[in-house]
Design a binder for this molecule. Structure first.
Ligand SMILES: [Zn+2]
Length: 62
């Protein structure tokens, strides 16, 4: 029986997706527009923020 894990946005806490184990998902948060990469393993999931809304709005410093 596969347990689906619920992933929340690490930036704004909005519910993003329910993911099955062994998933690798890239999704844009509908609320804060951050791009999140979700890697789901057997015991939990790992979130990586690829882009935040701050980066997307154009104030990028090299
Ligand atoms: Zn968000």
């Amino acid at each position: 029986m596969a347990t689906k894990l619920r992933a929340d946005c690490p930036i704004c806490g909005s519910k993003l997706i329910k993911a099955a184990p062994s998933s690798d998902i890239e999704i844009d948060c509908p609320k804060c527009k951050s791009r999140i990469n979700i890697i789901v393993g057997d015991k939990g999931y790992h979130l990586m923020v690829l882009k935040t809304a701050d980066m997307l709005s154009g104030s990028n410093k090299e």
